[in-house]
Design a binder for this molecule. Structure first.
Ligand code: ZN
Length: 194
């Protein structure tokens, strides 16, 4: 009885399983802000944005959002994800993962190139990811990031989002709102006058 429940969890069961799995995998990681926020806050923020701002309620999408950095930033394998969460969730996580064998610049370039060909659920996860990252950048920028690098990140995020806006117009608007913050003089992101 218990085993069959575990084999076919409810939606809420699967979502919490993904949350517990991601929390365990990211347990020793911190974000780059000055306070070194626990890493898991980021995937949780993504799901919050997807559900409460984007109206996304699809279980696989929410699970993949919670797991979206496990392949890229932890030792987790695709096989492991498949075993715990099935093929659909695993494919979504793969779609939003960069190939860490490539250099930073090439990974960024490929995101712009590949985003329009990703599935709509993967595009929605990407939209939420870019919203959360820009919000973090405005609220608590990594001390090591100079204004130039922050500016570059804003522009790159916008280039990715430009290709996937149709996946969720509300999320695209939320992105525009945070992207507009780059012009706030106190952030020092505005282009130098030279
Ligand atoms: Zn992320």
């Amino acid at each position: 009885m218990v085993e069959s429940l575990l084999n076919a969890p409810s939606s809420i069961g699967l979502i919490f399983r993904a949350l517990a799995f991601a929390a365990e995998k990211h347990r020793n990681q911190r974000r780059m802000d000055a306070e070194k926020t626990p890493y898991i806050n980021h995937p949780v923020a993504l799901v919050d944005v997807l559900v409460n701002e984007g109206g996304v309620t699809n279980t696989e999408t929410l699970c993949a959002a919670l797991l979206h950095d496990t392949l890229e930033d932890t030792e987790t394998t695709a096989e492991e994800l498949r075993r715990h969460f099935g093929a659909t969730v695993t494919r979504l996580v793969q779609e939003v993962s960069d190939d860490k064998n490539l250099c930073w610049r090439e990974r960024k370039r490929l995101q712009v190139e590949r985003a329009p060909h990703a599935s709509p659920p993967a595009q929605r996860i990407k939209l939420a990811d870019k919203i959360c990252n820009l919000r973090d950048l405005v609220a608590a920028p990594p001390p090591a990031w100079l204004p130039e690098r922050r500016r570059e990140y804003f522009e790159w995020a916008n280039a990715v989002v430009d290709t996937i806006r149709a996946a969720n117009s509300t999320l695209a608007e939320r992105f525009d709102h945070i992207y507009a913050q780059r012009l706030r003089p106190d952030l020092g992101y505005a282009a130098k006058e030279d």
